[in-house]
Design a binder for this molecule. Structure first.
Ligand SMILES: [Zn+2]
Length: 500
């Protein structure tokens, strides 16, 4: 993940852009379309409510692109990410972590539903040594091919049946190369303890996974590590049990998440808890020596939760909180329910950005990576909304006018389908945020906020595409917005703002 580049250093330091510090945006290159059409609508999850595990509801894997046993979901940006023929419902990761030697040992147990009759199926898995695999408790044959783990059950699996597969493995996890950040791998890192930052391809660095946002699933993390360390992951902290020198910590989440949003952090941290709106548990992990300059940025978290819940719809998950890594890496990531920051990239606007992703990006997930502006454009515009809430409408407008001026001055490329190497480029963040600002100017406040709420309401817990957002905007506004979105999302020139 890159740091801020020279040309836009000033505006970025002003804006505190996050998730990945941005790059300049070369002209996009065309990419092949999805090999198979996606369905018009995807199922949405019911309203969030803390509930005991297991709540194993199939998530949105369109059977139309779930090819029998395929090694791919045909995402044009990540053709090897994801697999066909099944939908994972729940992962249980039961791992012992030797922090000093950076080695892990344990198992991943996946509960899944077939979407095709399967004689074999694939998982994405990078490095590490697999010692045994079972399917429905019977030993299964397996082989490795690059980052694919190919499992052949003793008995073929019928379509639409539940099955369980358990993979025992060990070794030293290695972060993986990612086409969106060449030369800067993602996934599992051993630095100041352990941390995991996976966007986009990194989850397979530490567990076998159907590694695409289309296959969201719930998780249990059962992590055994030396007892002096804190262990943080997604969801709720269920238990900690000390046995001798070791401690087993269990985290669970009952809301589906995309694999790139899973995390595990092990190290020396102070856990600071508070209660947010409607009793929401907020669990923040700060370095023991974190000063007020770091922790103060998180003081508005509860108010942000209230505000965004009012604007977008109810907060999607069972908990929230931050993990501040004791490293300087110029980075923040919206890992689900527990956003990660580095100590040199903590400010109120970035905190707002990562929180807004819990609605847009995390609850409403990508269908394909080329629609990344649905994550980053929304989170960037949410920064302006927070400023508007705290400092008034003129301040929010000024913030977006600065971003628009920057986008225009630098002729930022179209945010839709930016090419994988530009997945986290300025065009996606800045021009992507301007798409929403321009839409608000075009349709007016009342319709604009209804569009945001209706879009979230319809796609929460599932996956959406750019076309889905446009369809909601047209339905709510009663306007034909095809030309408007085409110009803002696809044209080489940054359009003029409506009415200006
Ligand atoms: Zn972001």
């Amino acid at each position: 993940m890159k740091r801020i580049t020279w040309l836009i250093f000033l505006v970025l330091s002003l804006l505190g852009l996050s998730c990945q510090a941005a790059l300049l945006s070369p002209t996009p290159i065309p990419d092949a379309p999805l090999a198979t059409a996606l369905p018009d609508s995807l199922p949405t999850a019911s309203a969030p409510a803390p509930s005991p595990l297991p709540t194993l509801q199939p998530t949105a894997v369109p059977t139309e692109i779930a090819i029998n046993g395929a090694d791919s979901l045909n995402d044009p940006y990540y053709p090897q990410m994801g697999n066909g023929g099944y939908d994972v419902l729940h992962y249980t990761l039961d791992l012992s972590v030797d922090v000093a030697n950076n080695e892990i040992r344990g198992s991943a147990t996946l509960e899944a539903l077939t979407t095709a009759a399967l004689t074999s199926f694939n998982l994405d898995f990078h490095g590490l040594q697999v010692s045994a695999v079972t399917v429905n408790d019977a030993p299964a044959a397996f082989s490795r091919q690059n980052d694919e783990l190919i499992i052949t059950p003793d008995t073929p699996l019928a379509r639409d049946t539940r099955f369980t597969t358990r993979i025992e493995y060990s070794g030293r996890p290695q972060p993986v190369d990612d086409a969106a950040s060449p030369g800067e791998p993602v996934g599992w890192f051993a630095d100041a303890g352990i941390y995991v930052l996976s966007e986009s391809a990194g989850a397979m660095s530490w567990y076998p996974v159907d590694n695409h946002p289309l296959d969201k699933a719930t998780y249990t993390f059962r992590i055994t590590a030396p007892k002096q360390f804190s262990v943080a992951a997604n969801g709720l902290l269920i238990s900690e049990q000390i046995t001798g020198a070791m401690k087993t910590t269990v985290w669970e989440t009952s809301h589906p998440l995309a694999s790139y949003l899973t995390t595990l952090v092990i190290g020396h941290y102070n856990l600071v808890t508070e209660t947010g709106p409607n009793g929401l548990p907020i669990l923040n992990y700060f370095p023991p020596d974190a000063g007020g300059d770091v922790t103060s940025a998180f003081k508005p978290t509860s108010e942000m939760l209230s505000y965004y819940s009012q604007v977008f719809g109810p907060y999607p998950f069972e908990s929230y909180g931050a993990i501040v890594l004791p490293i300087e890496y110029g980075f923040a990531l919206e890992t689900q329910t527990r956003s990660i920051f580095t100590t040199d990239f903590v400010d109120e606007v970035t905190v707002a950005h990562e929180l807004a992703h819990q609605w847009f990006g995390n609850s409403v997930s990508l269908t394909t990576w080329k629609d990344i502006w649905l994550n980053e454009g929304f989170a960037t515009y949410a920064e302006a909304l927070w400023i508007e809430h705290t400092e008034g409408k003129a301040a929010g407008d000024a913030y977006m006018q600065d971003i628009y001026a920057n986008a225009s001055q630098h002729h930022l490329a179209a945010p839709e389908d930016p090419a994988v190497r530009n997945l986290f480029a300025d065009s996606v963040y800045l021009r992507g945020g301007c798409v929403l600002y321009a839409l608000r100017l075009k349709v007016g406040d009342e319709l604009f906020f209804k569009i945001l709420r209706d879009y979230y309401s319809r796609y929460q817990g599932g996956n959406a595409r750019t076309e889905d957002f446009i369809a909601v905007a047209e339905t709510v506004s009663g306007q034909d917005l095809g030309a408007f979105f085409d110009e803002w999302l696809n044209s080489d020139q940054v359009p003029a703002l409506p009415g200006q």
